[in-house]
Design a protein around this ligand. Structure first.
Ligand code: HEM
Length: 189
């Protein structure tokens, strides 16, 4: 049974991608297609951040080690959705106009923190393999604590980009803070 759980989590994690792929293929994106892709991928990046952070608390609460075995895969899905999100902005929205993109990064604080979060995800994705884990030893754990900074930057990015209703980003803020408090209360896991 256990050996089927990981492939199931993998397939479930691909569903948001398949949904947006279907919408692109069958012209179902609505009046603002770029916005729709950006929102979908951004939102799922944040959901995967919360899911990844939730694995240790779930292990602690249920005493099932299986949650920890999903963590690496879910972490890689953060990078997958964040990269799709960033590429939507860089390739589809700005058509590789690096001058305007640099200007945006330097003048819009929500783009600055979003970009910083994506950059911090790169070393985590590059060192996600078991080999890297063995090679880096204690440093691996320290490096992968960057996920907490990434989570904070991701939430700030959402708070700063929203113009009117702050409800949704604030819900994510509460979830991230709760998961971080749990982590600091039970430091060993
Ligand atoms: C960990 C990294 C990131 C996370 C968690 C994240 C998350 C989000 C979320 C949740 C949204 C709002 C979705 C909605 O409206 O429902 C969003 C929108 C957006 N993000 Fe990101 N993002 C990240 C990185 C980036 C990067 C690297 C860029 C570009 C350089 C970027 C550019 C944008 C833009 C342009 C929007 C739409 C703004 C608007 O509606 O006016 N994000 N992001």
């Amino acid at each position: 049974m256990k050996k089927y759980l990981k492939p199931c989590v993998f397939i479930l994690s691909l569903i948001p991608f398949l949904i947006i792929f279907y919408k692109i293929l069958f012209n179902q994106l609505g009046p603002e297609p770029v916005k729709e892709i950006t929102h979908h991928t951004g939102e799922w990046t944040l959901i995967f951040i919360c899911l990844t952070l939730a694995m240790s608390p779930l292990k602690r609460l249920t005493n099932f080690f299986i949650w920890i075995s999903f963590r690496r895969m879910l972490g890689l899905f953060i990078f997958f959705y964040a990269t799709l999100h960033m590429l939507t902005y860089v390739i589809i929205d700005y058509r590789l106009d690096f001058e305007s993109i640099s200007k945006d990064i330097l003048t819009k604080k929500f783009i600055f923190v979003g970009f910083a979060a994506w950059l911090l995800l790169v070393p985590l994705a590059l060192t996600s393999s078991k080999k890297a884990m063995i090679f880096l030893k204690d440093k691996w754990k320290k490096l992968h604590r960057l996920i907490y900074i990434i989570a904070i930057l991701g939430v700030l990015h959402f708070i700063w980009l929203v113009k009117k209703d702050l409800t949704e980003p604030l819900i994510y803020a509460v979830i991230v803070i709760a998961l971080m408090l749990f982590r600091f209360k039970f430091k060993k896991i």
